[in-house]
Design a protein around this ligand. Sequence first.
Ligand code: PMP
Length: 451
Amino acid sequence: MNVQGVDPGRVAALLERERAAWVEARPKARALHERARRSQVHGTPHPWVAQFPPPVPLVVERAAGARLHDTDGHEYADFGLAATSALWGHTHPAVVAALRDQLDRGTVTMWPHEDQVWVTEALGQRFGLPFWQFTVSATDANRFALLVAKACTGRRRILVFNRAYHGAVDEAHAVLTPDGVARTPGVDPHGADISETTRVVEFNDLGALERELAHGDVAAVLAEPVLTNGGAVIWPEPGFHRGLRELTRRCGTLLVIDETQTIPAGPGGCTREFGLRPDIITMGKWLAGGIPAGAYGMTDEVAAGAARYTEVGDGGLGSTLVGGVLAVRAMRAVLEHVMTEQAYAVMDGLAQRYEKAVGAVIDEHELPWHVARLGGRVSYAFLPRPPRNAGQMYPQVGSELRRALWLYLANRGIVLNGMSGAALFSPLTAEADVDLHNRLFAEVIDELAER
Ligand code: PMP
C-alpha cells in the first residue's frame, strides 16, 4: 500500500493508457501543437500547459456556458474555468450583452468614463475599502499594492506565506526550506534577490509571523485569506486572521489581502465573509468576466500615501490599458448582474453536491485523502486531514496520481484545473455535469483503489 492509499503500479498503468488514448483521439490538436512549437516557447501561451498531464494540450475551439469544445470535436464540462478567470461561465449573457454593446463605443481611451466611477463605488460598497485603482491583471494589482505599501511605510521588505502564489511578482516567489528562505524552484536567480526583499512563514503560524515582523522592516504582508493554490483548500485556524491583523498593526506593517482566487467564498469574497479589515485588497481574473483586468482597493490612509507618491509622474504604477472602457463595462456587468446572492446559492449547491460525492468515495475506499470546500471551490488532496499550511501540502502537488485522475476524467468529458485538480462551479454549470463527474470519479477510484 502506497502512502496515497492507491497502488502506484495501477496509477502508472492507468496514466499510460489514458495518455495514449488522449493523443490518439486528437490528431488536429497534435498538428497544431507541432506548429505552435515553432513560434511559441514550449508551443503554448502558458508555460505550465506544457508541464501538464496531457502530452498534447487541449486545444479549445469554442467555450460556451460552462463547457469547452475542442478542435477534434470533443466536448467537456469545464470545472477549471480558467482558474477563476471564467468563474461566471464562458458566455454569461449579462457580460456578453455588455461587451457587444460597448464594442461600438470604444475599447480604451485613457480618459475618464462614468462607468469607472460606478465600478469603484460598487467595489467600495462590496469590499469595504474607499479608494480603488484599476490594473490589467491580478499580478499587476499585487505588484502595485506592494509598491504603494513600500511608499507608505518607507520599508523595503514584504512577507508572504510559504508556497502561496500571487502571480508573476518577483519578490513573492520565495519559499521556506530547511536552510531558510529560498527562491521558488524554477524562478530565475537574476530577478529579485529574495534574501533582501522577502520574509516567509508558514500559514497559520502566528509565532513565526510575530518573530519575522518584529524586525520592523516589513512593508506589507501579502496573503490569500484561505490558501487555494497547490491542490488543497487550506483554511485559517480560529483566531489566525485576528492575530494577523493585530500583529501587522502593532508592527507598522500593511495587510494586503489577495482575493483573486477566494471570491468563490461569497459575493464579497473572504473579506466580507470573515469580516476582514485589510489595508489593501487585490483582485483580478473574475473581475471583468474574462476580459483582462484587475484592481486594488485601499484605506483612506493608504490612498493618501499613494497620492503623495504619484504627485509627480505615475510612480511606476501606470499602464495605458488600465480602466479601459471595455474592461470596465464588463466589470460593471459582473458587479451589477452576475455576482448576486442567487448566483452564489447556485454555485454553492453544485459545489456541495460534488464535495459530498467525492467525500463518499473517499470514505467508501477508506482512502487517506480529504476533500475541502470554499463556497464554489472544491479540492481534494492526498492527505488524510486538511493541512495547516502549504508546506505540508507541497509534496502532493503534481503527483502522478493527480495527472492520472485528470486524464481519466478529461478523456471522458470532465476538465478540472490542470495544476491543482481543483473544481470551480459557475452559475452556468449544469447539475448533470456534476453528476457525470461524480459517476466517473467513483469509477476511476474503483479501478485504482486497493481492495
Ligand atoms: N493571486 C493569486 C492568489 C493567484 O492565484 C494568481 C494566479 N493564479 C494571481 C494572483 C495572479 O493572477 P494573474 O496570473 O491573472 O495575474
